[in-house]
Design a protein around this ligand. Structure first.
Ligand code: G3P
Length: 217
């Protein structure tokens, strides 16, 4: 499973990238707004840090404008993937973008039907917001499982991207469900490293090693 970082914070992205386990980055308008920085500048800085798909979202809601805006944003860097909201106008825009060689991340997907249509339209990625589904009392992971199965049944090239991840167990479950990618907030990535037995075990090894007589040669 590929791991993307779900943030627009370049310090966090730099740190995560230094661990060598980051395949890409996803941003959205809310994550960019948190940084209080120019959109183009922040996206280009992310492209400099991570050599992989970098999702940047357009905010237009009419297909023609979406295509124009997407072309502009995609021209900034070859690794940019355009996040298109799953609305009929977005679905209309996706094949037009694909024809221009522009990759898309169909976002705000909450159902298997939406995932099916995102694939039929030719989306490169389909982002299933599983945490927001869980928040609403639904089983978000079930939609990830359904999308994986539907794409496999028909050989769709669209990748299932497990998004809106809230905790490390979501990552494990997404991997078990066969999601192609999990986009993970920095805090959750940090949590994935942690296990009390690792810390206790390392401390014991280091303490014991300190007792071993050291040769001077
Ligand atoms: O980037 C899309 C998605 O991961 C947003 O997550 O936590 O705002 O539901 P969240």
């Amino acid at each position: 499973m590929k791991i993307f970082v779900d943030t627009a914070n370049v310090d966090d992205i730099r740190e995560a990238a230094s661990w060598g386990i980051v395949d890409g980055v996803t941003t959205n308008p809310s994550l960019v707004a948190k940084e209080k920085r120019n959109f183009r500048e922040v996206v280009l800085e992310i492209c400099d840090i991570v050599d992989g798909p970098i999702s940047a979202e357009i905010v237009s809601v009419k297909a023609d404008e979406m295509v124009e805006d997407a072309k502009k944003v995609a021209s900034w860097h070859p690794n940019i993937v355009i996040k298109v909201p799953f609305i009929p106008e977005g679905v209309k825009a996706i094949p037009r973008l694909a024809a221009e060689g522009i990759k898309t991340n169909v976002t705000l997907c909450f159902s298997a039907n939406q995932a099916l249509l995102a694939a039929k339209a030719g989306g490169t990625f389909c982002s299933i917001f599983l945490g927001r589904l869980d928040d609403a009392g639904h089983d978000g992971m079930e939609v990830v499982r359904e999308a994986v199965q539907i794409y496999r049944n028909y050989g769709y090239a669209t990748k299932v991207l497990a998004a809106s991840i809230r905790h490390p167990l979501h990552v494990v479950e997404a991997a078990k469900a066969g999601a192609d990618i999990a986009t993970i907030p920095f805090k959750v990535l940090q949590q994935m490293f942690q296990h009390p037995l690792t810390e206790i075990g390392l401390k014991r090894f280091l303490d014991d090693w300190a007792k071993v007589p050291k040769s001077t040669g």
